[in-house]
Each structure stands twice: as structure tokens, then as C-alpha cells.
Write a protein that binds this ligand. Structure first.
Ligand code: COS
Length: 385
């Protein structure tokens, strides 16, 4: 039975996450955004409260929480700052969940406790200059050596790539096999031949580290391979099932933040001798934001329910990701409208919400890719080949 009632424990976690966002994230969000500052102090605090790798089982240093509870945390962090939310999402959903699901016992013991405690950051290195939506068409090559693999290639738009101690790198072992030739590797970023550069000039997510990675003859042992040769694409897709969910949950936080900011501003600010909130056209904008927020949250919770029941959820995750990300862009745009000129500068969070929301309809699968996944699932026809 699906229920909208939170358990006592979920309510406590939600409250703790809300207070954490208000106390630790929001006060530093504007300066971090202005300074393009990847805030390692904040990352350490996120780790300390258990928000990194929280869905990982306790055995490996996580909190073993369910996906609904995870969504509650991610929503609150996302309401605070999407750059901080990106750290939680990448570390937890893309890196930790992949290692927990596909890793050997040794790999889990080596990396998960360090990732969950924040001692090490991880990054997810799938995208390349020539491979974005067509994720199977990687140019990065892994060739067998006597004791393992040599990896050559380049990765692009990699969150936390300049700070990660381990990169989950996807590479092609045999181009003739297309997606069935892909393999995944846990590459320590201090390996010889591994280097990174920072990407600057982003519209939003300015406090999030974004890197280009270069793998120039990086040698890794067999033990660095995650899963089997040929399983790389499935590993990437299953990671994205969790990553897209996390992005969606973060966008619910942006929507809620837009509602909160718009209610606060419109009830304070007066024009024509009455509060903005008394104008029907302003109320309409706020009501639309509320509906978007509730709908996005319900879709995220539905996907969470399927994940917690261990049922197939790729389509429902795409539905949640598509709706929540687009809703966050619409809500942030309307929230600026409610704030008028004040919404256009960073005294209020709404302009950052819009800039940060914008990438969510692009990364971890564009809105168009989500639509094609949903369309294929319901029609049985693959529009991508
Ligand atoms: N979980 C596990 N396996 C999955 C899966 C999932 N969610 N989705 C697909 N697979 C498997 C399929 O079952 C299939 O397996 P077989 O080889 O056994 O038949 C295989 O993966 C290939 O699947 P598919 O036919 O869907 O592959 P396509 O090349 O058509 O790619 C899309 C499908 C476009 C959906 C995929 O490339 C994609 O999601 N692209 C966007 C990439 C993205 O999000 N990039 C952002 C990176 S992070 S910023």
C-alpha cells in the first residue's frame, strides 16, 4: 500500500535535513555561487550528518535508508543549494549505488566506507565530447594488458572530477560490440596518466565542481573493473535510474523554495497600498507553483515506492525526472516574476534557482531522452534507433 504519511523516523530525518539546509547550506549559497566556490567545508558537514551515501547499507558505512527518506533529504538539500545537492546525488546515487550493486566484496570494502564518510569523493565519468545522449558510443578505450587494463580517452562535464579520489570510468573494450563491449572501472584519480581541468563560465551550478578528465594510458589492475566486460552500459543505466531520481528530488526542493520565497515576498511587499499577495494574478502564479511542487513530489515518491519495493522503475523515474526538472524551471521563472526587479539579483534565491534548475533538464539525460524512454515503454517502439 502506498501512503503519503511519513513514518516517525522519516519525519525526524526530514526535520533534521530541513534544519541543516537552513543553518548550514542557505547562509553560504550566495557567496559560493558568486565565487564559484566548491565548498569542501560544507561537503564535510554533509558527510558528518550522514547525507553522503545514505542509501548504502550500514555494513559499508551508509545509513541504509529507504528511497523515500533519501528523497526527503535530497529535497531539503536541493531547496538550499543545487550545487550541494549535486554532491549528494553524484556521490550517493551515481557512485556509491553502483559500487554497492555491482562491486565485489573487496571493492565495496575499499571504497564505500570512505565515500560515505566523505573521506573520498567520487565522480561518474560517462559523458565524452562526442558522446552525450548516445551514451553507448564511447570513444574511451580500455585495452587488456598483462595484469589488467590500459585506459585512454577523455570525459566531459564530470561533476566533482577535480576533487574525486575515485572515478567510475566507462570505456569501450570492443567497438564492434557497441553497448555490449562497455566496461566500468574504479580508477584512482592519482593514477599516472590521469588529469583534469575545471570548466568555468557555467550559467548555474557555479558552486559545483565540473571537470574535463583526461586518461592518457592509465593502467589499472583487473581488480579495478566493476562488474564484467559487457556490463558497463547496464551499470551506467542502473546508476542513472538512481541519479535521475535524485535530480528529480532536488528539483522538488527548488519548486518548494520558489513557493516559500514567493509567499514570503508577496505578503511583505506592497504595491497600490496592498500586499502583492492580494493580487489575483500573483496568487495564480503562486498557486501554479504549489501544484507543480505537489505533483513533482508525488511522482518522486511514487518512483521511490517502486525502488523500495525492488520493482522495475526506469519509466517512472524518467516520468519523475522529466516533470520535476521542467517544473523547477517553470517555478523558478515564475518566482522571479513574483519578485519583480528584486528577483533578478541575488539578494533573493530565485534567480539562482532558475540558473541552477536549467541544467537539470539537460544532465543525467535530457528531457527529450526522458520522453523517448517513456514513449518507448508505452508504445513498444524504439524511436532512438
Ligand atoms: N537498467 C539496466 N539495464 C538497462 C537499463 C536500465 N535502466 N536501460 C537499458 N538497459 C539495458 C537494456 O536492457 C539493454 O540490454 P541488452 O543489451 O541485454 O539488450 C541495454 O541496456 C541497451 O539498452 P538500450 O537499447 O535502451 O540502449 P540505447 O543505446 O538505445 O540507449 C538511451 C538508450 C538513449 C536511453 C541511453 O543511451 C540514455 O539514457 N542516454 C542518455 C545518457 C545520459 O543520461 N547521459 C548523462 C550522463 S550523466 S550527466
Amino acid at each position: 500500500m502506498i501512503s503519503f504519511e511519513l513514518t516517525d523516523e522519516q519525519r525526524l530525518v526530514q526535520q533534521a535535513a530541513r534544519e541543516f539546509a537552513d543553518r548550514e547550506i542557505i547562509p553560504r549559497a550566495r557567496a559560493n555561487d558568486r565565487n564559484e566556490h566548491f565548498d569542501l567545508e560544507l561537503v564535510a558537514k554533509l558527510a558528518k550528518v550522514g547525507f553522503l551515501g545514505s542509501i548504502v547499507s550500514e555494513k559499508y558505512g551508509g545509513r541504509g535508508i529507504d528511497y523515500r527518506t533519501y528523497a526527503l533529504i535530497v529535497e531539503e538539500v536541493g531547496r538550499g543549494d543545487s550545487s550541494a545537492r549535486t554532491v549528494v546525488s553524484v556521490q550517493t546515487s551515481l557512485v556509491c549505488s553502483s559500487i554497492e550493486r555491482w562491486g565485489s566484496e573487496d571493492q565495496k570494502r575499499e571504497w564505500l566506507p570512505r565515500l560515505c564518510s566523505g573521506e573520498a569523493l567520487g565522480c561518474f565519468a560517462l559523458t565524452e565530447p562526442g558522446s552525450g545522449s548516445d551514451a553507448a558510443k564511447l570513444a574511451t578505450r580500455a585495452t587488456p594488458t598483462e595484469s589488467g587494463w590500459r585506459i585512454n580517452g577523455q570525459k566531459q562535464w564530470i561533476s566533482m572530477g577535480n576533487y574525486a579520489k575515485v572515478a567510475l570510468v566507462f570505456a569501450q573494450t570492443d567497438p564492434s560490440l557497441r553497448h555490449r563491449g562497455l566496461a566500468a572501472f574504479l580508477v584512482p584519480t592519482d593514477s599516472e596518466g590521469f588529469s583534469s581541468t575545471s570548466v568555468h563560465g557555467k550559467l548555474g551550478l557555479r558552486a559545483s565542481d565540473t571537470a574535463e578528465l583526461f586518461l592518457d594510458g592509465v593502467d589499472v589492475p583487473d581488480s579495478a573493473q566493476l562488474g564484467e566486460v559487457g556490463e558497463g552500459f547496464k551499470i551506467a543505466m542502473s546508476a542513472l535510474d538512481s541519479g535521475r531520481f535524485s535530480v528529480a528530488a532536488g528539483c522538488v526542493g527548488i519548486c518548494q523554495g520558489c513557493v516559500d520565497a514567493s509567499v514570503a515576498y508577496s505578503t511583505e511587499r506592497e504595491q497600490f497600498d496592498r500586499p502583492l499577495a492580494s493580487f489575483q494574478l500573483v496568487q495564480e502564479m503562486i498557486a501554479d507553483m504549489v501544484v507543480e511542487t505537489h505533483a513533482a513530489r508525488a511522482l518522486v515518491w511514487r518512483a521511490a515506492w517502486l525502488k523500495d519495493m525492488d520493482r522495475p522503475n526506469t519509466t517512472e523515474t524518467s516520468v519523475a525526472k522529466l516533470f520535476a526538472t521542467e517544473a523547477s524551471v517553470r517555478s523558478a521563472n515564475s518566482a522571479i516574476q513574483v519578485h519583480g526587479g528584486a528577483g533578478y539579483v541575488d539578494e533573493y534565491p530565485v534567480e539562482r534557482y532558475l540558473r541552477d534548475a536549467r541544467v537539470t533538464t539537460l544532465y543525467e539525460g535530457t528531457s527529450q531522452i526522458q520522453k523517448l524512454i517513456i514513449g518507448r515503454a508505452v508504445t513498444g517502439v524504439n524511436a532512438m534507433t
